[in-house]
Write a protein that binds this ligand. Structure first.
Ligand code: PGA
Length: 259
C-alpha cells in the first residue's frame, strides 16, 4: 500500500471568533507532541476573519499545524461581494481549502460545476483542495450512495491533471452523519472510501488512486476515530464539532494511542 501520511482536519464552520481561534490553536499545539505531527498532518480551518490571526500565531510560535480555509471563490478578483479569492488565501500561507462541503452545496446551492472550478482555482493558487462528496440519507436508503459519490468525484475532478489529483485530498462525508452524532460504521465508511479510490483509479491510474488521500467525515470523535482510521482506504478525518475543542481534537489526532 502507498505510504499516505494521515491528514486530520478541523473544520470549525461558523464557530470561534479570532480570539477564540488563537486560544484554540495555542491549546492544540500544547496538546500535540512532536511525534504526533511526525505521524499525522493536522490542519485547522477557521472562519475567514480568523485566518490572519491564526497565521500570525502559527508563524510566531513555529507551530507545525497547517492552515486551512473552508471555502473560496473560483475567480482571481472581481465584483463578487462577500467572496474571497484563492490567491488571497495563498498570501496568508493557507495550505488546504475545502471545496464543495455538503453545507455549501445544500445551504448555498453550490453545483458540481462550481466545485470543479474551485478545485482548479485552488490548485492554480498552489494550495491543496479537499474535495468533499457524500450522499443523503434518502440516497443511502435507496442504494444509490455509490452512484452519487461517483458522480460528485467525477465532476469535481473534471480537467484536473493526474499529478495534481495524486497530491489532493478527497473527503467522503455522508450528509446524514454530519453534526448528527451518527457515524458511518467503519465498514461502511471503508466501503465508500474504497469506492472513491476506485473512481480515481478509473479516471486516472492505479498509482494516482494509491496516492490521493481520502478522509472520512461525519461525527468523528475521539472514541470512534481509532476504528475509522484503522480502515485501509481511510487516510484521515474531516472533523467538525469535535475539532472546536482543542483537547477533543488532539485526542482524535492521537488515535494511534488508543488501546
Ligand atoms: P461533524 O462535521 O464532525 O460535526 O459531523 C463534519 C464536517 O462537516 O466536516
Amino acid at each position: 500500500m502507498a505510504d499516505r501520511k494521515p491528514l486530520i482536519s478541523g473544520n470549525w464552520k461558523m464557530h470561534h471568533n479570532h480570539f477564540e481561534a488563537i486560544q484554540t490553536v495555542q491549546k492544540l499545539s500544547y496538546e500535540l507532541t512532536k511525534e504526533d505531527i511526525e505521524e499525522v498532518d493536522v490542519s485547522v480551518h477557521p472562519p475567514f476573519t480568523d485566518l490572519r490571526s491564526v497565521q500570525t500565531v502559527l508563524d510566531a510560535d513555529k507551530i507545525p499545524i497547517l492552515l486551512g480555509a473552508q471555502h473560496c471563490h473560483f475567480e482571481d478578483k472581481g465584483a463578487f461581494t462577500g467572496e474571497v479569492a484563492p490567491n488571497m488565501l495563498a498570501k496568508l500561507n493557507v495550505d488546504l481549502v475545502i471545496a464543495g462541503h455538503s453545507e455549501r452545496r445544500q445551504v448555498f446551492g453550490e453545483t458540481d460545476e462550481e466545485v470543479n472550478a474551485k478545485v482548479k482555482a485552488i490548485l492554480a493558487a498552489e494550495m491543496t483542495p479537499i474535495l468533499c462528496c457524500g450522499e443523503t440519507l434518502e440516497e443511502r436508503e435507496a442504494g444509490t450512495a455509490g452512484e452519487r459519490v461517483t458522480a460528485q468525484v467525477t465532476a469535481g475532478l473534471k480537467g484536473v491533471k493526474a499529478e495534481q489529483v495524486a497530491a489532493m485530498v478527497i473527503a467522503y462525508e455522508p450528509i446524514w452523519a454530519i453534526g448528527t452524532g451518527k457515524t458511518a460504521t467503519p465498514e461502511d465508511a471503508q466501503e465508500m472510501c474504497a469506492t472513491v479510490r476506485g473512481v480515481v483509479a478509473d479516471l486516472y491510474t492505479k498509482a494516482t488512486a494509491e496516492s490521493v488521500r481520502i478522509q472520512y467525515g461525519g461525527s468523528v470523535k475521539p472514541g470512534n476515530a481509532p476504528d475509522l482510521m484503522a480502515q485501509p482506504d481511510i487516510d484521515g478525518a474531516l472533523v467538525g464539532g469535535a475539532s472546536l475543542d482543542a483537547v477533543d481534537f488532539a485526542r482524535i489526532v492521537q488515535y494511534r494511542n488508543a488501546v
